[in-house]
Design a protein around this ligand. Structure first.
Ligand code: PRP
Length: 182
């Protein structure tokens, strides 16, 4: 695994390795398996960023469950949130009366997750919880309770493992942080 990568003139450094990410995901899945024993939750992934995290997490979930996706857009190609969230793909599943677990790759300002929580709660689920692989504790502007956090991280720009840089590099198997803006 590469320790440093360059993208244009921007330099990125390895931040979380594949091994570290997987070890943490297994722990999160074990906790969820225990908390949802004898229930059938619906995992709702937020596209695009969460698709890799969702696929790794779900393969360590041992209880019966369903999977669905929502697609939002707030950032476009910018590195910081535009502060505007729009819904691009709605849910297929009926979520009223169900146990819902929203799956996010990252909570940054909290705007997206706040929007999602309000949207889903309109449908009156039985329970509502959130799992996010990354949580930017110093960037959060709207406080929404995140029930399962993979890694609480500083306010660095991070890419890879589903997180994009101008829609690219989502396929990097590890997470890198920007260290030098060229
Ligand atoms: C990213 C990420 C979260 C959101 C977090 O999505 O996947 O959904 O931003 O930021 P926030 O807490 O400041 O709202 P983005 O809108 O970049 O789309 P993507 O998932 O397609 O990359």
């Amino acid at each position: 695994m590469k320790r440093h990568i360059k993208f244009g003139n921007d330099k990125f450094e390895l931040y979380l390795s594949e091994k570290q990410i997987l070890a943490r995901i297994i722990k999160l899945a074990q906790k969820i398996n225990k908390d949802y024993k004898d229930r059938v939750p619906i995992f709702i992934g937020i596209l695009n960023g969460s698709f890799i995290f969702m696929s790794d997490l779900i393969r360590h979930i041992k209880i019966d469950c369903e999977v669905d996706f929502l697609k939002l857009s707030s950032y476009g190609d910018a590195k910081i949130s535009s502060g505007h969230v729009t819904l691009l793909k709605d849910l297929n599943a009926t979520i009223g009366g169900r146990d819902i677990i929203v799956v996010e790759d990252i909570v940054d300002s909290g705007l997206s997750i706040d929007f999602i929580k309000k949207l889903i709660c309109l449908h009156k689920p039985k329970t509502f919880k959130i799992v996010s692989l990354l949580y930017k504790k110093d960037a959060v502007k709207i406080n929404v309770k995140i029930d399962y956090i993979g890694f609480s991280i500083p306010n660095d720009f991070v890419i890879g493992y589903g997180l994009d840089y101008m829609q690219k590099v989502r396929n990097l198997p590890a997470i890198y942080k920007l260290v030098d803006k060229g």
